[in-house]
Write a protein that binds this ligand. Structure first.
Ligand code: ADP
Ligand code: MG
Length: 349
């Protein structure tokens, strides 16, 4: 409607990627304006959000380093399900308010991308949280659709598109056509599980306890899903499980590749399972169109090649995979009048 467009000119309409690891906000004409960890600091042993809801995102992460013991970090969406509604609401409220600022003239319209595995009750909770945070209108968009839009796939056309969005807690695999999801699967194996696999490997092989952040660093620095280039190595520091003392050891990329086999295989299986369930006509389209990878986990070296080998299809890595979903929500917002009727999964006021 023309008046919606007029109102849009006076409000900070935003697209939000509510991820298991990171929350991103994109605003029309400004691109990504917020990119913070989906983390909330709470009093240890409670669900009590610190400082009246101000200890969220980077602030929460920073506080953790400085005040160990009494404070813990909670990732309310860690496994793609909402573990605590209040904490999720505090997080969403903090991010929305941070973007709109105090001096907002008009309440914003908000598009939120949510993992496709979450339940109707959880969807409702996210929706209500956004309304309470001051949204004028709220639309929920399934993450694979947001990712497809962000990656520039022809998701609304009568041809099949396939997206594999590998985040921190979940991997979403979807085949879409005519602006709708034909087949999808959300599995709870993604980037976090790769980190855990590395922790387990270091324990088993070197009797070395390492932290989650160290494991993630190893993954990003030398991790791979299939051999790429020359093997490299790095020093890893941790605590010896026998002596209890700090120690360092050298590990190679070949070892880490071995350590990552299990989560990588689980992700590949989700992809092939989804393909097996596709209608023949859609499967036929995919021979031409191939598979698009998005999400931070898709940045693991050699992963596109592994998916290509397992499926025989062309595999492309989305441009800037970490911001793909957020950019998709912003594009959706721009075209909302055109798309909102076709995308019936939206909950709308
Ligand atoms: P979510 O959408 O669930 O919040 P993201 O798409 O933000 O997740 O991706 C976060 C995941 O991506 C984390 O597990 C992180 O370790 C992983 N990641 C980020 N960069 C890389 C990289 N270069 N190589 C491998 N994994 C990466
Ligand atoms: Mg994501």
């Amino acid at each position: 409607m023309w008046y919606e467009r007029l109102l849009g000119a006076f409000s900070v309409d935003m697209g939000i990627d509510l991820g298991t690891c990171n929350t991103l906000v994109a605003v029309r004409g400004q691109g990504i304006v917020l990119n913070e960890p989906s983390v909330v600091a709470v009093k240890k042993g409670t669900n009590q959000v610190l400082k009246g809801g101000q200890a969220v995102g980077w602030v929460a992460k920073e506080m953790l380093g400085k005040t160990p013991g009494s404070i813990t970090a909670v990732r309310p969406l860690k496994d793609g399900v909402i573990s605590d509604f209040e904490i999720t609401e505090a997080m969403l409220n903090y991010f929305i308010t941070k973007v709109t600022g105090r001096a907002r003239f008009l309440a914003p319209r908000v598009v939120i991308s949510i993992p496709s595995g979450i339940t109707a009750v959880e969807k409702r909770a996210v929706f209500d949280s956004a309304e309470r945070a001051g949204a004028r209108r709220t639309y929920l968009l399934e993450e694979p659709i947001a990712a497809a839009i962000g990656a520039g796939l022809p998701f609304a056309e009568p041809t099949a598109s396939m997206i594999v969005d590998i985040g921190g807690g979940t991997t979403e695999v979807a085949i879409m056509t005519l602006a709708d999801i034909a087949t999808c699967e959300s599995v709870r194996v993604a980037g976090d599980d790769m980190d855990e696999a590395i922790i387990g490997y270091m324990k088993r092989t070197y009797n070395l306890m390492i932290g989650e952040q160290t494991a993630e660093r190893i993954k990003i620095q030398i991790g791979s899903a299939s051999p790429v280039g020359e093997d490299t190595s790095m020093d890893v520091r941790g605590r010896d499980m026998v002596s209890g003392l700090p120690r360092k050891t050298e590990i190679t990329s070949a070892e880490i590749r071995e350590a990552l086999q299990e989560p990588v295989a689980a992700i590949i299986e989700a992809v092939t399972r989804t393909l097996e369930r596709a209608e023949p006509e859609l499967a036929a389209d995919l021979v031409e169109n191939g598979i698009m990878l998005a999400g931070g986990g898709s940045l693991l070296r050699g992963l596109p090649a592994r998916v290509q080998k397992a499926t025989g299809l062309d595999v492309t890595l989305a441009e800037d995979p970490l911001t793909c979903v957020a950019r998709g929500t912003a594009i959706y917002l721009e075209n909302i009048e055109m798309w909102k009727d076709t995308l019936e999964n939206n909950l709308e006021t």
